[in-house]
Write a protein that binds this ligand. Structure first.
Ligand SMILES: Nc1nc2c(c(=O)[nH]1)N(C=O)[C@@H](CNc1ccc(C(=O)N[C@@H](CCC(=O)O)C(=O)O)cc1)CN2
Ligand SMILES: Nc1ncnc2c1ncn2[C@@H]1O[C@H](COP(=O)(O)OP(=O)(O)OP(=O)(O)O)[C@@H](O)[C@H]1O
Length: 183
């Protein structure tokens, strides 16, 4: 069963990430390079937790509006609030997000946190399906670019794909920028 296989991959990848991490300078350098062509566009990032690769320095170097994801409930797409680079309040599952007065934005470029990924652009997150639901809606409404961010150590040979899975357009690691071959 794919969900069980994914759960096992997720648990292993999260444990490995906490244990070994990676080269944060490489993350910042490669992510800043990957974002350069998108100067001026609305960029969503994330507030890192649990040993995730840290997108904040590269976000700070982006010349354009920034936003962060907000979890507003179970099994619903994320919303995104404009972020001034400072103001945060605690959200569910250990997340942090901009408080309500910040306007809602629709990101054109998303930095997507990963538990594990493969070279074809398939990903596993924490299992809430939040980014799958969110990318489905954003892609239905128009073009957006999903950039997965992870340490190279989070790569696995192959992730089982389910019907609702949304693929990444690019994966940035501390070692590499990976552009999956289209199909
Ligand atoms: N830094 C960061 N922010 C993010 C995400 C992320 O992966 N990383 N998200 C990416 O989607 C969204 C938050 N989604 C999350 C969904 C579940 C869990 C989580 O801890 N789940 C529990 C199980 C919870 C349950 O089912 O009761 C767990 O993994 O132990 C965390 C974040 C939005 N913000
Ligand atoms: N577009 C969707 N519509 C309805 N349900 C969905 C959709 N996308 C994902 N789901 C549900 O979300 C659950 C989690 O999916 P999955 O294991 O792929 O999560 P994940 O990709 O690790 O999580 P995340 O996207 O939050 O990082 C699945 O049980 C699936 O049924």
């Amino acid at each position: 069963m794919r969900a069980a296989e994914k759960a096992q991959l997720r648990a292993r990848a999260l444990a490995a990430r906490l244990q070994s991490g990676g080269d944060q300078h490489g993350i910042t350098r490669n992510l800043a390079d990957a974002l350069r062509p998108y100067a001026g566009q609305v960029l969503s990032g994330y507030w890192p937790m649990r040993g995730e690769a840290d997108p904040l320095p590269a976000m700070a170097a982006h010349s354009g509006p920034l936003c962060l994801p907000v979890v507003t409930g179970k099994a619903v797409p994320l919303i995104f609030r404009a972020w001034d680079g400072k103001t945060l309040e605690p959200g569910p599952f250990g997340t942090s997000h901009p408080p309500a007065p910040a306007p809602e934005l629709s990101p054109q470029v998303l930095i997507v946190p990963l538990a594990a990924f493969d070279r074809a652009g398939n990903r596993i997150g924490y299992g809430g399906g939040y980014y799958d639901r969110t990318l489905e809606v954003l892609r239905r409404d128009g073009a957006c670019v999903a950039i997965g961010l992870a340490f190279a150590s989070q790569e696995v040979p192959s992730i089982p794909v389910e019907a609702f899975d949304q693929r990444l357009d690019m994966i940035v690691t501390d070692q590499d920028v990976i552009v999956p071959a289209g199909d």
